[in-house]
Design a protein around this ligand. Structure first.
Ligand code: E4P
Length: 217
């Protein structure tokens, strides 16, 4: 499973990238706001660090303007994936931009039917939002499984990019279901390294080591 990092925080991206944990990046208008930076400038900097797909989201609501914004965003770097919302106009934009050979990430997906439409419109990535479904007491992981089955039934090549991941357990479950990609905030990727038995075991080793009176360096 590929790991995308869901942030526009350049320092956090660079740290994870140095560890080989970053296969791509996803941003959205809220993350751009959080970064406090200009979308073009920060996206360009991210693309200079990461060689995999970097999603940059359009903000127009009609297809004509979405297409123009998508073309402008795609000029930033060859690894830009234009992110469009799963609306009828977003699907039209997906069809046009994917026809031009651009990567397109169709975002804000909350149903298998929406994912089916995005695949038919030529999406490179479909982004089902797990956490936001869980927030309203629906099962976000079940949606990932449904889309996996639908895509496999018909051999769609659109990659399932599990998004709105809030916990390390979401990552495990997505990997078990067979999501192609997951995007998570840096804090969730770091949390994946934690285990209570690792901490307990290390504590015991340190105590026993101190008793030996030895040093390695
Ligand atoms: C992904 O592309 C989205 O930007 C992101 O995963 C949304 O996550 P949230 O629901 O935690 O804001």
């Amino acid at each position: 499973m590929k790991f995308f990092v869901d942030t526009a925080d350049v320092e956090a991206i660079a740290e994870l990238n140095d560890l080989g944990m970053v296969d791509g990046v996803t941003t959205n208008p809220s993350l751009i706001l959080k970064s406090g930076r200009d979308i073009i400038e920060v996206t360009r900097e991210i693309c200079s660090i990461v060689s995999g797909p970097v999603s940059a989201e359009v903000v127009a609501l009609n297809a004509e303007d979405m297409i123009a914004e998508g073309r402008k965003l795609a000029e930033i770097a060859p690894n830009i994936a234009v992110k469009v919302p799963l609306t009828w106009d977003g699907l039209k934009t997906c069809k046009v931009l994917s026809g031009e050979g651009k990567m397109v990430n169709v975002t804000l997906c909350f149903s298998a039917n929406q994912a089916l439409l995005a695949a038919k419109a030529g999406a490179t990535f479909i982004s089902p939002f797990i956490g936001r479904l869980d927030d309203i007491n629906l099962d976000g992981l079940e949606l990932i499984g449904d889309i996996r089955q639908v895509y496999d039934n018909y051999g769609f090549e659109t990659q399932i990019l599990a998004a709105s991941i809030r916990t390390a357990n979401h990552v495990t479950q997505c990997a078990l279901i067979g999501a192609d990609v997951m995007t998570a905030p840096p804090s969730v990727i770091k949390a994946m390294a934690s285990h209570v038995l690792t901490d307990k075991g290390l504590d015991q080793f340190m105590k026993d080591w101190a008793k030996t009176g030895q040093k390695i360096l």
